[in-house]
Design a protein around this ligand. Structure first.
Ligand SMILES: CC(C)(COP(=O)(O)OP(=O)(O)OC[C@H]1O[C@@H](n2cnc3c(N)ncnc32)[C@H](O)[C@@H]1OP(=O)(O)O)[C@@H](O)C(=O)NCCC(=O)NCCS
Length: 200
């Protein structure tokens, strides 16, 4: 069920409460939904299940988020401002509780900006199962609905997984490497189409 709460909340975009069920390559049922405030605990749980390598790729540091800041960060990251943010979480049901396996989020600087930064992480024991692809494609769809024209990810040049994920969306992509960081931009609206419009 998609519940449109945006108008009541005075924000331009509805914050979806729908959920999507998908099956991984190894037949695990995964539920993908928007992050809500009470998910802070799940974000902490996810963080504790990331390897140093995955933290390095996501946060550019093997520690990721320092332990004393983890709860504050998780609380902040689960309190979504729908005017400028969207965040999806993928979870499984195991041992009678919901366990997180991936998060994908995007943020833009102002509600009027048509460019958003994206970030994604999949728990190590669930990587290469197709979850990154599914949650990322869903986030791209949210971006399209919100009128975003460019999505960019700041990543490390060695990050083959992120590069394949971005290219696999099937939209035009540009890559720029500067000061040891790679910015991958996905064009939801073809930049050439934008130029043509200028000449109409
Ligand atoms: C990058 C990441 C999100 C991919 O998620 P995933 O669930 O493992 O990806 P999927 O199984 O859906 O595969 C998506 C594509 O990435 C490719 N891929 C995934 N991991 C890869 C790796 N380590 N090396 C090369 N390619 C990889 C897959 O082959 C697939 O390619 P295809 O679509 O061309 O067939 C995941 O590896 C991750 O969390 N990495 C650490 C955090 C990170 O790098 N975040 C990005 C910076 S913000």
């Amino acid at each position: 069920m998609i519940e449109a709460t945006g108008a009541a909340a005075g924000v331009p975009y509805p914050l979806g409460h729908g959920q999507v069920g998908v099956t991984t390559r190894h037949n695990q049922c995964v539920c993908i939904r928007h992050i809500v405030k009470r998910d802070a605990e799940l974000l902490v749980d996810l963080f504790h299940n990331l390897s140093e390598r995955t933290k390095w790729l996501r946060f550019f540091s093997p520690v990721g988020i320092p332990a004393h800041k983890l709860w504050d960060e998780a609380t902040r990251l689960s309190d979504i401002d729908p005017r400028i943010q969207a965040a999806l979480i993928a979870t499984i049901q195991r041992d009678d509780r919901e366990q997180p396996v991936a998060v994908a989020r995007m943020i833009r600087s102002t509600p009027l900006s048509d460019t958003a930064e994206v970030a994604i992480v999949v728990r190590d024991d669930f990587q290469r199962e197709g979850i990154g692809r599914t949650i990322f494609d869903l986030l791209v769809q949210v971006a399209l609905v919100q009128g975003i024209k460019q999505l960019y990810a700041i990543t490390l040049p060695e990050n083959q997984g992120m590069q394949r994920l971005a290219r696999g969306v099937g939209l035009p992509v540009s890559v720029r490497v500067q000061a040891g960081e790679m910015t991958i931009t996905i064009y939801l609206q073809d930049p050439a189409a934008k130029d043509e419009r200028r000449w109409e």
